[in-house]
Each structure stands twice: as structure tokens, then as C-alpha cells.
Design a protein. Sequence first.
Length: 758
Amino acid sequence: MTPPAQDSALNELAHSPASWQPTLTFLRYAIVTILTGATLYGAIILIFLPDQPTRAIGPGLIAMVALLSAYLLRQGRSHEAILLLAGGIWLAMMVASVVFGGVRSTIYYAYPLVIFVLGWMVSSRAAIVAAVLTSVLTIVLVIADAADWLFAEPGGPLALYAFVQIVVYILTAAMVTYLVRAYRRQLEELRQTELKFRTAFASSPVAASIATLAEGRLIDVNDNFERDFGWSKRELLSRTAMDVGLWLEARHRTEWAETLIRHGRALNYETVWRHRNGNLRNVSLSSEIIQLNGVSCILAYATDVTERKAAEQQIHRLAFYDPLTGLPNRRLLMDRLGHAMVACIRHRHLSALLFLDLDNFKALNDTHGHDKGDLLLQQVGARLVSCVREDDTVSRLGGDEFVVMLEGLSGNTEDAAAQAETVARKIMAALNQSYDIQPLRVHSSPSVGITLFGAEHENPEEPIKRADLAMYQAKGAGRNTSRFFDPRMQAMMHERSELERDLRLALQRRELVLYYQLQVQRSGRVTGVEALLRWPHAQRGLVPPGTFIPLAEETGLIVPLGVEVLEQACRQLALWSQRPEMAHLTVSVNVSPRQFQREEFVAEVLAVLQRTGASAQRLKLEITESLLIDHVDDVITKMEVLKAQGVGFALDDFGTGYSSLSYLKRLPLDQLKIDQGFVRDLLIDPDDAAIARMVIVLGQSLGLEVLAEGVETLEQQQVLQFQGCQAYQGYLYSRPLPLAQFEELAQQPGWPFVQPAA
Ligand code: C2E
Ligand code: MG
Ligand code: MG
């Protein structure tokens, strides 16, 4: 059971002083000592007392006994060697004491020592037998002495000698018996503990290791360790688990050790160990601190649970994922839906559910077979995943039903609905592409039901039911379309799509027009105008940009729309350059982030300038802070290219966004426009006044002109002027005017100076 002594550090521990035990070495030393002592004693007697050679008989006998014992020991008969040594000395002493004075001989006092050695080295029974025998002989010797049968010289209280001797023998035998018993008991306990874990250790189906607590050195591992983790016992001994890189996560090791030290044990601790070949293995560790011959050690059973883990994951996959598409199944969807709902309520945003059903799936399945149907479902799943963000969930409920959950939408119902609608369209477009199902190319379309959730707590089944109902409405509306569950939302989305259709038409028919609003210096001189877009709509009247610009941005219509605005503005610039009263005017054109971020933007602007013949020096582009949220370097590069051609830049609605002053310095700007929100309450709200003041100071320090927009009253203008503002735009001077009206204004006396309206 115990491993070979040589290669086990455990054995080394067992021989430490803490666990002293009789050994053959001890016996060997005893024999040599006795032999040397007896020989020297005998020699001294023969040399110095040549007239009493009989006195050398004792040491001579003892030396012979010792020699004989040494011989037996060499033969490997250690037990007999001990018996012979003790018994021989006992006999030799008996002979010597009979010759030299019986019970009164000085040598007689060595008997307790012999009894002790016998007890300790042979058995307590041997000690008792020796004690009894010696006592009996002592009594015989006393009688013999009294009868004068001995050579001993008389003298002294004989009976008292004998009594004392016998008491000492009995005491010695009792003491050695007690000591041996206690020692055996201790040894037995130790042996039992060792036996217990040895049995478990060696026969355990798993690798285990033992490490000394203080140093973390491994002192033994069983053979299974090599099988499971590739490290042989020899390679591991005296190294630490860290030395061999066993633990994948040092953090886990610390945590495990802390638990172990705190509680004395750590059960079923799951972690990952590295096999010698680099493979990762999941292990479950059960460890406890044990005392091994007085030293604190860790005994750890490591069960390789890699296969079990894999099976668990497999079970998890089967339980929560659809085997055909690999998408989450209904159960996982419900779980995530519950979490999403809580998150929505906490963060005050909304989420959406899109319920999809393929329109002609049954027909395809019936005509081409289930395997083709399966292929189609897999491709649909993949396309759905590609349409949404990573955080969103695409799940398959079964059959041809899919549910997409969009999380983290706007907290505003209309905006969230628009976001969901945008994704729905993207999905419809993606699923309407034909499918390559060898050898067929098939076409399929979905009907999509949409609902929002997250405004309140409800049963997760509810939004699914709503989206399902809405999907049926989409089917009823002719398939290959989407429907909102909420009729108001549906109406809203309907209106949106009508607006989009109309905007497209208006763009094609070039119905969009520019209005112009004056930009006035503090002297009252008009130096420029801002071009503001208007959409004259047959039913809706003049539609303001706030209504259709966001829609144009979402649908991508902003691109042709932006080009149209630039084109009109530049054409106007070119025309005005021919007219002395207008030639000095700059035209500011608003550029939306989506438009600016396009790679072609710079080329487009330059092309328009070229085409219209407008002077780049008179064109000013208004960008907003939202453009500066990401890719600032790209923005700066584009600005610099245009700037080099003479185009100017204004930062619109300044103070509302996230501008970091650090990159404001790097932008090649000409003008900061204080947002009208701060101007509106300038006279009432001290915070707004402070912000306006700050923008003015900032502009001055950066060498930029500061223009206040939305200036409606003379008081506002005066406060701003007092604060150092250089230019103004607002109803105080003029509303945005259609071209004809604006040109009329320029014919007024006093132009290019204007008076504020009273
Ligand atoms: P913006 O660039 O900040 O334009 C200023 C807005 O303030 C304009 O609204 C203007 O009519 C309004 N306004 C001017 N003076 C006053 C005033 O004294 N009081 C008040 N209450 N309002 C004043 P509008 O024309 O409705 O334009 C709204 C926004 O639409 C613009 O804000 C701009 O961001 C955007 N926009 C307008 N035209 C275009 C365009 O051609 N392209 C792009 N991308 N966006 C445009
Ligand atoms: Mg503007
Ligand atoms: Mg503005």
C-alpha cells in the first residue's frame, strides 16, 4: 500500500523527529557501543589487574554476546539479535554478580536498564518476564547469600537490597509497559489515518495531490494524476502547482486556498486545470487540511469533470436552443424577455418584440420536402441574426415562427416604435432576397407583428401574444408586411411611411425650397443668411424641417436631400455674386451628421461648388456637436480639406451637445452659434445667461465669431451685446423668408443695414 520509501517525500516526513521510532540503526549503534565498552573494560582489567583475570569473565561474555548479536543482525534476524543482546547481557550480569557479591554487586543495578531496553525494543511482555525472572533470581540469590553458598563477601542489609531491587524492576517494567502502550496507540492512530487516506488516495478513480500547507510543495500524487494531467510523480514532487502551471486562473487558486484555510476544507470547488499538453480540463476539487505526522498538509481529490461539463452544456443547448438553427428556443426567449423587462423598467427605456411567420413555408415544405424546408429555416435564422445587434435576441419558436427581441430602444414610445419599424424593414428586405437551396432558388417573405414592452411589469407571455396577434393582422393585410399591435402606433407608422413616400416624390419633383434668414452683425449690417429648408406639401402645407429631416436621416433620403440643398444654396450664391447689394453675403447651409459622415461628402461639396460656380469663400457649413461624438479625426480631416478650398464652418446649437473643449481647439471653425434654447430664457434663467456668457468668452479665446440664434427681443440682443456677442439671428431682425421676399428686403433703403423690429 505504502509507496516505495525512496521516492516518496511522504516517507521522509514519517522519519522526522516528530515521529521517532525504534529502528535497526539504533540497535546497530547499541551493539557497537556495548562491544566497544565491554572489550575496553576487559582489556583494562587484564592490563591493570593481571592478578584477577576472573574479573574479565563478565566483560568477555558481554563482548561475545554483542558479537553474536551483530552476526544475527547481519543475517537479517533482528528480533533474535535483540533478544540475544538483552538476554545475554542479563545472563552475563547474573554470572558476574554471583561471582562478585550477589545482590550487593554494583553491576546488579544495570538490570532496570536491561528490562527497559527489552520492553522498548522487544515487547512489554518481555519486560515483565525479565522483571519477574530477575525478582525471583534476586530472592534466590538472597537466600543463597544468607546460606553462604556464594563467593560474595558478606555485609550490609541484604533483605533491604533485595526489596529495593525488586521494587525498581517492577516499576521499570510498569513504566516501559505504559510507554510502549502509549506509543503504540499513537502510532496506531497515525497508521489508521495514513491508511485511510492512502486507501482512498491510491484507489481513488481520480488524481489527487497532497501539498504541504506552508510552502505549497507537492509531496505526493497518485498514479491517476499522470493519466489525467500528464505530469509524472517524479516531475511534480517538491514543485508547486503554480510551478507547473496547473491552475488556469490564479484567482481561483487564491479563492480555493482561502476557503480551505478558513474552513479546513473546500468541497466540490470547480475550476479549470491545464493538462501538461496544454489542454484545459474542468476539475472538481474536494480538499481538506490534514495533519501528517505533525505537519499541516492539503489533501486534494481532483475529479476530471470535463466530460460531465460538456454533457451539461449539451443538455443546456438542448434545453434552451433550437437544434435546427442553433437559435434560442421559446424557453430561453421567455427567460431573456423577463430580464429585458426588468432592465427596461429600471433604465426607463423600451424594448420591442417582432413576431415573424414565413408566408408560404408550408407550400415549400410540401412540394420540395422537409430537408429543403429545414435549409430555408436555417438561412432565415442566419439572415435574422445579421439584421440585429449582438445584444438582441433572435429565437425560433418552432415551425416557421421566429421572434426577434430588440432591447435598449428609446424610452419615448414614438421613437422606439420608429426604431423597431426600421429593424422590421431591414428584416423584410433581407428575408425577401431569394434563397439558395441547392438545386433550387426559392423566394420567401415574412409577415411581421410588432409590439413594444417594458413600460410596465407584465407577464412575459403578454408581449408575445400581442406580437403574435399583430402578425396575424399583417397576414390579413396581404402578407409580406409588418403591423404594430397598438392601433395608434400603427397609424403613426402608417403616417410615417406615407410621409416618406411623399418626401421621395417631392425630392424627385424638386419641390423642396430654401428660405433665408438674416445674420446680422452688432452694427446692424447683414453679412450672411442661413438657408433653411421648407417642404410645401399639397395637404399638409409648409412642412418644417424638424418633421422630415429625422425621417430623411433614418431612411437615407438625407443624402439626395443634402445634395439638393447644397445645390440650391450654391446656385443662389453664384447668382447673388452678380448683384452688388448681395455679393458680400455668405450662405450658411445645415449639414446633418449622417450626410457629413459619408466618404463622398467632401467630393460632393467640391463638385457642387464647381458645377454652380459659387465662391467657396461665401459658403459656410453648419455642423452640430453630435457629429463630434465619434471619429473626430475623420471629421477634422474632412473639414481641413474643405477649409483649404475656402469653405467656412459654424458649430450649430452649441452648448447642447457633448463638445469636449480639448478637440474644439482642433476643429478649423469660424463661428460658434449659441443655441436658441439659452437665448430664450436669457433674461429669466441665470444658468442660461451664464452659459451664453461662457460660450461668448470661449469663442473669444478661440478666436471664433459668436452668433446668437433665436434672438426675438431687443432686451435679449442688448444683454448679449453687453456680454460681447458679435452677431445675431432671429425673429428680431427677420423670420426665415422665401427667396422673393428676401430679395425684396435687400432693395429697402439702408441695406445692407437693418433695424431690429420694435
Ligand atoms: P437650426 O439650424 O438651428 O436653425 C435655426 C432654427 O431656428 C430654424 O428652424 C429657424 O426657423 C428657427 N429660428 C430662427 N430664428 C428664430 C427665433 O427668433 N425664434 C425661434 N423660436 N426660432 C427661430 P427651422 O427652419 O424649423 O429648422 C429647424 C432645424 O432643421 C434647423 O435648426 C436645422 O438643424 C434643420 N435644418 C433646416 N434646414 C436644413 C437643411 O437644409 N439641412 C439639414 N440637414 N438640416 C436642416
Ligand atoms: Mg443651423
Ligand atoms: Mg441652431
